[in-house]
Design a protein around this ligand. Structure first.
Ligand code: 2GW
Ligand code: MN
Length: 297
């Protein structure tokens, strides 16, 4: 059977082009010490993987939160997603907001859906940021089971500039924070106070992952969001809040539950001048925002 599958693949794909376009990157690590791929431009052939995965009837749930003035980011986020994010695949956006009337009317393509969910307004931004874990946990439990295969949870103050596609699929997917790629571990902004459940001892940790994008299978992301929510509740009871909020808990989770796939900082850049080095293409990026203007108080 293997032999037949292999032959089919070779016959079905334009073989010479495949050989030309996929070559290992030698300037960056493209695999972790636990053998999870790190996705960089040049490590996959988009035509090959698109044609393979188009056959499977997959739905990608994508969650985004826009409370208060953050609704202003929705138009660019959604419009750019239409252009670059899983183009040709079934995508269901779940948008959480306290101001449904501010959701722009963006025309979505075929097999692309948007469900708006109304939340009560929250005053403390740390609460907005951290409550996302519990809301995601409940969304997966109550609604997604038969509705989606993969889920990605994204910050809204962002924009797509390049392809984000099926190369990102995996059981548990983390994105390397753009500031901490190629940076020595002692500079990672992990939570180092033992009193917090997000505590990571000095010298431990693999990568510094962003809280602005993570994903994977429903089961794995459910366990991630549930665990982070529980750990944050324990912190609250102990009157401590981790340094980078749910991002700190996410980093702790990924230390003991290794992601099966990592996305390079191509999958979360920052729209400010930053030396790009090994980043040849920016796919998704934090837009430059005026914090004083968009954040409450
Ligand atoms: C308001 C005041 C201060 C900070 C955030 C907010 C706020 C956030 C808000 O008024 N309305 C809102 O919808 N949010 C949501 O929370 C929105 O989805 C936003 O993308 C997300 C995270 O807040 P953000 O984007 O301002 O924080 P960043 O870009 O500095 O995020 C990093 O650190 C955060 C934790 O401190 C999170 O881990 C985030 O995932 C990281 O990217
Ligand atoms: Mn953000």
């Amino acid at each position: 059977i293997r032999q037949t599958q292999l032959e089919n693949t070779i016959v079905a794909q334009p073989c010479p082009a495949f050989i030309q376009t996929v070559h290992l990157r030698t300037d960056v690590a493209s695999v972790t010490p636990w053998l999870a791929p790190i996705v960089w431009e040049g490590t996959f052939d988009s035509r090959v993987i698109d044609s393979i995965y188009k056959q499977q009837n997959i739905t990608i749930a994508t969650t985004v939160f826009a409370l208060g003035k953050y609704t202003r980011f929705l138009k660019d986020f959604l419009e750019s997603a239409e252009e670059h994010y899983f183009v040709g695949f079934r995508v269901h956006f779940y948008l959480f907001t306290d101001q449904p009337e501010e959701v722009p009317n963006v025309k979505l393509g075929q097999e692309r859906y948007l469900t708006v969910k109304t939340l009560p307004s929250m005053n403390r931004w740390q609460d907005i940021s951290m409550s996302r874990m519990e809301i995601l946990e409940k969304l997966i439990e109550n609604e997604l089971a038969s509705e989606a295969d993969y889920i990605f949870c994204l910050d809204v103050d962002t924009k797509f500039y390049g392809r984000w596609g099926v190369e990102s699929w995996g059981r548990l997917v983390g994105v390397i924070h753009p500031w901490f790629f190629n940076v020595p571990r002692f500079l990672f902004t992990y939570e180092h106070r033992p009193k917090s459940q997000a505590y990571i001892p000095a010298g431990k940790g693999d990568y510094y992952y962003t809280g602005a994008a993570f994903g994977g299978s429903l089961k794995d992301v459910h366990n991630l969001t549930k665990t982070c929510r529980e750990q944050m509740n324990i912190d609250t009871a102990n009157s401590i809040e981790a340094l980078w909020h749910e991002e700190s808990h996410l980093n702790k989770y990924f230390l003991y539950n290794k992601p099966s796939k990592l996305l390079s900082p191509e999958y979360l850049w920052r729209d400010i001048s930053m030396s790009s080095g090994s980043v040849k293409i920016i796919r998704f990026s934090h837009v430059a925002k005026n914090n004083a203007e968009v954040r409450p108080n």
